[in-house]
Design a protein around this ligand. Structure first.
Ligand code: MN
Length: 263
Protein backbone atom coordinates (compact mmCIF):
# COMPACT_ATOMS: atom_id res chain seq x y z
CA UNK A 1 0.00 0.00 0.00
CA UNK A 2 1.27 3.42 -0.86
CA UNK A 3 1.63 5.74 2.08
CA UNK A 4 1.09 9.43 1.87
CA UNK A 5 3.65 12.04 2.82
CA UNK A 6 2.15 12.66 6.23
CA UNK A 7 2.36 8.98 7.19
CA UNK A 8 5.96 8.80 6.04
CA UNK A 9 6.83 11.82 8.10
CA UNK A 10 5.20 10.36 11.18
CA UNK A 11 7.04 7.07 10.71
CA UNK A 12 10.31 8.95 10.37
CA UNK A 13 9.71 10.93 13.52
CA UNK A 14 8.90 7.79 15.46
CA UNK A 15 12.07 6.14 14.21
CA UNK A 16 14.22 9.10 15.10
CA UNK A 17 12.67 9.21 18.57
CA UNK A 18 13.91 5.66 19.02
CA UNK A 19 11.44 2.87 18.48
CA UNK A 20 8.38 3.93 20.42
CA UNK A 21 6.98 0.94 22.28
CA UNK A 22 3.77 -0.43 20.82
CA UNK A 23 4.10 1.58 17.62
CA UNK A 24 2.75 -0.95 15.19
CA UNK A 25 4.09 -0.16 11.76
CA UNK A 26 6.26 -1.44 8.95
CA UNK A 27 9.91 -2.46 8.92
CA UNK A 28 11.15 0.94 7.76
CA UNK A 29 9.87 2.67 10.88
CA UNK A 30 11.42 0.03 13.16
CA UNK A 31 14.87 0.19 11.59
CA UNK A 32 17.66 1.80 13.57
CA UNK A 33 17.76 5.49 12.58
CA UNK A 34 20.74 6.45 10.47
CA UNK A 35 22.09 9.79 9.35
CA UNK A 36 21.40 10.41 5.68
CA UNK A 37 24.42 12.67 5.23
CA UNK A 38 27.74 12.97 7.03
CA UNK A 39 28.33 16.28 8.83
CA UNK A 40 31.76 16.91 10.30
CA UNK A 41 31.90 17.81 13.97
CA UNK A 42 34.00 20.81 15.03
CA UNK A 43 36.65 20.56 17.73
CA UNK A 44 39.27 22.75 19.34
CA UNK A 45 42.54 21.14 20.36
CA UNK A 46 43.51 20.99 24.04
CA UNK A 47 47.06 22.10 24.75
CA UNK A 48 49.58 19.47 25.71
CA UNK A 49 47.24 16.54 25.05
CA UNK A 50 45.59 14.70 22.18
CA UNK A 51 42.20 15.66 23.66
CA UNK A 52 39.60 17.51 21.63
CA UNK A 53 36.95 19.96 22.84
CA UNK A 54 33.71 19.68 20.83
CA UNK A 55 32.24 23.03 19.89
CA UNK A 56 28.49 23.49 20.34
CA UNK A 57 27.97 27.24 19.94
CA UNK A 58 30.22 30.26 19.49
CA UNK A 59 28.97 33.35 21.32
CA UNK A 60 30.68 36.71 20.85
CA UNK A 61 30.18 39.86 22.89
CA UNK A 62 30.20 43.20 21.10
CA UNK A 63 31.95 46.43 22.16
CA UNK A 64 33.35 45.15 25.44
CA UNK A 65 36.31 47.51 25.80
CA UNK A 66 35.40 51.17 26.27
CA UNK A 67 37.84 52.57 23.72
CA UNK A 68 36.68 50.03 21.11
CA UNK A 69 33.04 50.89 21.82
CA UNK A 70 33.87 54.55 21.17
CA UNK A 71 35.70 53.77 17.93
CA UNK A 72 32.63 51.82 16.77
CA UNK A 73 30.47 54.86 17.49
CA UNK A 74 28.68 53.87 20.70
CA UNK A 75 28.68 55.05 24.31
CA UNK A 76 30.41 52.50 26.53
CA UNK A 77 28.98 53.94 29.73
CA UNK A 78 25.35 53.22 28.96
CA UNK A 79 25.23 50.18 26.72
CA UNK A 80 24.22 46.80 28.18
CA UNK A 81 26.15 43.80 26.82
CA UNK A 82 24.98 42.36 23.52
CA UNK A 83 25.93 39.14 21.82
CA UNK A 84 25.99 37.56 18.40
CA UNK A 85 26.93 34.06 17.25
CA UNK A 86 29.21 32.52 14.72
CA UNK A 87 28.47 29.04 13.38
CA UNK A 88 30.49 26.42 15.25
CA UNK A 89 32.28 25.36 12.07
CA UNK A 90 33.74 28.86 11.70
CA UNK A 91 36.56 27.56 13.95
CA UNK A 92 40.02 27.43 12.38
CA UNK A 93 42.45 25.60 14.66
CA UNK A 94 45.98 27.03 14.59
CA UNK A 95 48.77 25.14 16.35
CA UNK A 96 51.09 27.17 18.57
CA UNK A 97 54.43 27.82 16.93
CA UNK A 98 52.85 27.62 13.48
CA UNK A 99 51.49 30.29 11.17
CA UNK A 100 48.09 29.18 9.93
CA UNK A 101 47.00 30.00 6.41
CA UNK A 102 43.85 32.06 6.80
CA UNK A 103 41.84 32.64 3.62
CA UNK A 104 40.84 36.21 2.74
CA UNK A 105 37.06 35.86 2.45
CA UNK A 106 34.85 36.72 -0.49
CA UNK A 107 32.78 39.90 -0.86
CA UNK A 108 34.77 42.22 1.44
CA UNK A 109 37.18 45.06 0.72
CA UNK A 110 37.78 45.88 4.39
CA UNK A 111 38.75 42.74 6.30
CA UNK A 112 39.46 43.38 10.00
CA UNK A 113 41.23 41.57 12.86
CA UNK A 114 39.90 41.51 16.43
CA UNK A 115 42.05 39.73 19.03
CA UNK A 116 40.00 38.25 21.87
CA UNK A 117 40.24 36.07 24.96
CA UNK A 118 38.06 33.00 24.46
CA UNK A 119 36.46 31.05 27.33
CA UNK A 120 35.35 27.44 26.72
CA UNK A 121 32.58 26.01 28.91
CA UNK A 122 32.31 22.45 30.20
CA UNK A 123 29.20 23.23 32.26
CA UNK A 124 26.15 25.33 31.53
CA UNK A 125 22.76 26.28 32.80
CA UNK A 126 20.20 29.05 32.90
CA UNK A 127 20.33 32.20 35.02
CA UNK A 128 23.82 31.45 36.29
CA UNK A 129 24.86 33.79 39.09
CA UNK A 130 27.91 35.90 38.34
CA UNK A 131 29.59 34.52 41.47
CA UNK A 132 29.31 30.94 40.16
CA UNK A 133 29.82 31.63 36.48
CA UNK A 134 33.52 30.86 36.34
CA UNK A 135 32.79 27.31 37.58
CA UNK A 136 31.52 26.75 34.02
CA UNK A 137 34.85 27.66 32.40
CA UNK A 138 36.90 24.69 31.29
CA UNK A 139 39.73 26.55 29.60
CA UNK A 140 40.89 29.71 27.87
CA UNK A 141 42.43 30.34 24.46
CA UNK A 142 43.49 33.20 22.19
CA UNK A 143 41.06 33.80 19.35
CA UNK A 144 40.49 36.09 16.38
CA UNK A 145 37.00 37.41 15.62
CA UNK A 146 37.64 38.11 11.94
CA UNK A 147 35.19 40.59 10.48
CA UNK A 148 34.12 41.80 7.04
CA UNK A 149 33.85 45.33 8.43
CA UNK A 150 32.38 46.90 5.33
CA UNK A 151 29.58 44.36 5.22
CA UNK A 152 28.99 44.53 8.99
CA UNK A 153 28.68 48.32 8.81
CA UNK A 154 26.48 48.28 5.72
CA UNK A 155 24.09 45.82 7.32
CA UNK A 156 24.09 47.79 10.57
CA UNK A 157 23.31 51.00 8.68
CA UNK A 158 20.30 49.26 7.15
CA UNK A 159 19.26 47.70 10.49
CA UNK A 160 19.80 44.24 9.06
CA UNK A 161 21.52 41.23 10.73
CA UNK A 162 25.30 41.11 11.01
CA UNK A 163 25.78 37.53 9.85
CA UNK A 164 27.46 38.26 6.56
CA UNK A 165 29.98 40.48 8.34
CA UNK A 166 30.72 38.23 11.30
CA UNK A 167 29.49 34.68 10.84
CA UNK A 168 31.21 33.38 7.72
CA UNK A 169 33.46 30.39 7.05
CA UNK A 170 36.73 30.30 8.99
CA UNK A 171 35.97 33.60 10.73
CA UNK A 172 37.12 32.22 14.09
CA UNK A 173 40.82 31.27 14.13
CA UNK A 174 41.80 29.99 17.58
CA UNK A 175 44.77 28.54 19.43
CA UNK A 176 44.61 25.47 21.66
CA UNK A 177 42.58 25.51 24.87
CA UNK A 178 44.50 25.79 28.14
CA UNK A 179 42.52 24.14 30.98
CA UNK A 180 45.12 24.95 33.63
CA UNK A 181 44.41 28.68 33.32
CA UNK A 182 40.78 28.13 34.33
CA UNK A 183 41.89 27.36 37.89
CA UNK A 184 41.88 31.09 38.64
CA UNK A 185 39.96 34.00 37.12
CA UNK A 186 41.79 35.36 34.07
CA UNK A 187 40.89 38.98 34.72
CA UNK A 188 44.07 40.85 33.94
CA UNK A 189 47.08 40.59 31.70
CA UNK A 190 48.31 42.03 28.45
CA UNK A 191 46.40 41.41 25.23
CA UNK A 192 47.95 42.60 21.99
CA UNK A 193 47.96 42.06 18.24
CA UNK A 194 50.63 42.79 15.67
CA UNK A 195 50.42 42.88 11.89
CA UNK A 196 53.73 42.17 10.15
CA UNK A 197 55.50 42.84 13.44
CA UNK A 198 53.87 46.23 14.06
CA UNK A 199 51.71 46.58 17.17
CA UNK A 200 48.11 47.45 16.28
CA UNK A 201 46.04 46.52 19.32
CA UNK A 202 47.40 46.71 22.88
CA UNK A 203 45.35 46.63 26.08
CA UNK A 204 44.76 44.75 29.33
CA UNK A 205 42.09 42.17 30.06
CA UNK A 206 41.10 44.23 33.10
CA UNK A 207 39.75 46.89 30.70
CA UNK A 208 36.79 44.70 29.73
CA UNK A 209 33.49 46.43 30.47
CA UNK A 210 31.80 43.09 31.23
CA UNK A 211 34.03 40.39 32.77
CA UNK A 212 33.92 36.80 31.53
CA UNK A 213 31.88 35.89 34.63
CA UNK A 214 29.39 38.67 33.88
CA UNK A 215 29.20 37.62 30.24
CA UNK A 216 28.35 34.04 31.21
CA UNK A 217 25.75 35.25 33.69
CA UNK A 218 24.14 37.64 31.16
CA UNK A 219 24.21 35.10 28.33
CA UNK A 220 22.53 32.50 30.53
CA UNK A 221 19.56 34.84 30.97
CA UNK A 222 18.94 34.67 27.23
CA UNK A 223 20.14 31.16 26.36
CA UNK A 224 20.61 27.89 28.22
CA UNK A 225 24.38 27.51 28.14
CA UNK A 226 25.73 24.03 27.53
CA UNK A 227 29.05 22.18 27.65
CA UNK A 228 30.82 22.88 24.37
CA UNK A 229 29.81 26.53 24.20
CA UNK A 230 32.62 29.04 23.80
CA UNK A 231 32.57 32.79 24.33
CA UNK A 232 34.67 35.35 22.47
CA UNK A 233 35.01 38.04 25.13
CA UNK A 234 35.46 41.13 22.98
CA UNK A 235 38.30 43.05 21.40
CA UNK A 236 40.19 46.16 22.50
CA UNK A 237 40.43 49.31 20.41
CA UNK A 238 42.37 49.88 17.19
CA UNK A 239 40.82 47.20 15.03
CA UNK A 240 41.94 47.52 11.45
CA UNK A 241 42.31 45.95 8.03
CA UNK A 242 44.58 43.25 6.64
CA UNK A 243 45.29 42.20 3.07
CA UNK A 244 46.62 39.02 1.50
CA UNK A 245 50.18 38.32 2.62
CA UNK A 246 49.83 40.01 6.03
CA UNK A 247 50.85 38.03 9.12
CA UNK A 248 48.74 38.56 12.23
CA UNK A 249 50.26 37.66 15.61
CA UNK A 250 48.07 37.64 18.73
CA UNK A 251 49.13 37.51 22.37
CA UNK A 252 47.47 37.14 25.76
CA UNK A 253 49.65 36.78 28.86
CA UNK A 254 49.88 33.13 29.92
CA UNK A 255 48.83 31.70 26.56
CA UNK A 256 50.93 30.83 23.50
CA UNK A 257 50.73 33.33 20.66
CA UNK A 258 48.29 32.74 17.81
CA UNK A 259 49.60 33.53 14.32
CA UNK A 260 47.95 33.45 10.91
CA UNK A 261 48.96 34.54 7.43
CA UNK A 262 46.18 35.98 5.27
CA UNK A 263 46.19 34.09 1.98
MN1 MN B 1 34.69 40.83 18.41
Amino acid sequence: MRRNRRQLLQAGLAASAGAVAGYATNAAAQATPKSVVSVAATYITVAGTSDLFPVRRIYCIGRNYAAHAREMGSDPTREPPFFFQKPSDAIQNVAPGSVGDHPYPTLTKNYHYEVELVAALDKGGRNIAKERALDCVYAYAVGLDMTRRDLQRAMGDEKKPWEIGKSFDRSAPIGPLHPALAAAPLEKGAIWLKVNGVTKQEANLNQMIWSVAEQISKLSEAFELMPGDIIYSGTPENVGPVVKGDVIECHIDGLPNLSVRVV
